[in-house]
Write a protein that binds this ligand. Structure first.
Ligand code: PLP
Length: 388
């Protein structure tokens, strides 16, 4: 049996209701949304609106109309940052951001002259709300943080940061790529003004769909312009959400799949998913610690992380380990820098990178046992080859 342990990249397998709803839509409907007035097109409109409503409820947000669909969280982040920040604005971020945020900010710094104020994280990738408070200035236009690092798994104190942001009337934007669907997120309570999500990880949907959930009073300039299916004589992008930020045909099959992914999470129970991943996290750490040359990174505390476990075997290249595990033991993990070089700076692995386990709801203890057997065999094969 294959052990898929790369859920931080994308979740696999997908729940059967996700596959069924997408197949049914593709086979029996297939119409665009927001365009036609025939029955199939109206059904597509309804399915898309239902998806917006479910997403809004899922994140405790009151207005489905400000749920904007994109193709992934990277696009969502680009739309929000490039549409909101202007020349001379200052933005506060963490030192453990994914390149989806970091490269977007660097581009804005280069092209628009925004100022990036990076709040340092400790070696486990943890930042504090106090350091965010200290970094605030009169020019701060936005605070943008990931909810959890995709390299270290470390969960940031979003609620406390949200309280500070709210007191100072500065919008808070959160990249929820690693937490949505695994960890409860409450936009209202945590004072999140811009939530960026991706559909294909913990939310259990397919690749190709993500989005933004926005406070209605924020003015975000569209990144792309084009048809929205209405107001066609008006020469500009409509100024109301979601059409303001949604030009072009939506990925309706993907949205239908994401909607079913959220049904799956609601029916299973977010708390149950969260508990299972915590249990697997503890089991994995315990098992990995039985391997003498293991190097584990991050807080190593199930309360402080999502199901992401970075590790190395002392003296061996991570890419070789991942390749061996896949070829010899059908165990799939990631190796490299995982699109977040600053997290590797903290871990001291910027030169060699690290292996990464990404746990998901469908993983079992057997998957971890298979991984550990593979790692032991890898070390054994190395010892044998060094004696030849
Ligand atoms: C924290 C974080 N942000 C952004 C992304 C980018 O996600 P996507 O490729 O779905 O846009 C990822 C994906 O690994 C991530 O973990």
């Amino acid at each position: 049996m294959a052990a898929y342990l790369d859920n931080a990249a994308t979740s696999f397998p997908k729940p059967s209701n996700v596959i069924e709803s997408m197949t049914t839509f593709m086979a029996l409907n297939g119409a665009t949304s927001g365009r036609g007035a025939y029955q199939k097109a109206l059904l597509s409109d309804q399915l898309v609106f239902q998806a917006r409503s479910k997403i809004a409820r899922f994140f405790n947000h009151s207005d489905p109309k400000t749920v904007v669909f994109t193709k992934n969280v990277t696009e969502a982040i680009n739309i929000a940052l490039k549409g909101f920040l202007k020349s001379g604005d200052q933005v506060i971020t963490s030192s453990v951001e994914h390149n989806a945020v970091w490269r977007c900010l660097k581009m804005l710094e280069k092209n628009e002259g925004i100022c990036i104020n990076v709040v340092p994280a400790d070696k486990n990738g943890q930042t504090t709300a106090e350091s965010v408070e200290h970094a605030l200035t009169s020019k701060t236009k936005l605070i943008i943080f990931n909810h959890a690092s995709n390299v270290l798994g470390t969960i940031q104190p979003i609620q406390a940061i949200g309280e500070i942001a709210n007191l100072r009337r500065i919008p808070l934007m959160v990249d929820t790529a690693q937490t949505a669907g695994h960890f409860p997120i409450d936009m209202l309570n945590s004072h999140i003004d811009i939530l960026a999500f991706t559909g294909h990880k913990g939310l259990m949907g397919p690749m190709g769909v993500g989005g933004l959930v926005l406070s209605p009073d924020l003015n975000i300039e569209p990144l792309i312009s084009g048809g929205t299916g209405g107001d066609s004589a008006y020469p500009y992008q409509p100024d109301y959400y979601p059409n303001h930020l949604e030009a072009g045909t939506l990925n309706v099959p993907g949205i239908v799949g994401l909607s079913s992914g959220i049904d799956f999470i609601n029916e299973t129970g977010l708390e149950r998913i969260h508990s299972k991943i915590k249990m697997l996290y503890n089991y994995t750490v315990d098992q990995l610690n039985t391997i003498p040359s293991i190097e584990l990174y991050g807080p190593i505390d199930a309360q402080k992380t999502v199901g992401v476990i970075p590790f190395n075997l002392k003296g061996y290249p991570p890419e070789e380990i991942a390749f061996y595990l896949d070829q010899q033991h059908h165990v799939m993990i990631r190796a490299g820098l995982h699109c977040a070089p600053s997290a590797h700076q903290l871990m001291g692995t910027i030169e060699r990178g690290a292996c990464r386990i990404g746990l998901g709801y469908y993983n079992s203890k057997e998957d971890i046992d298979q991984l550990v057997i593979g790692l032991r065999q890898y070390l054994k094969s190395k010892r044998v080859s060094s004696c030849i």
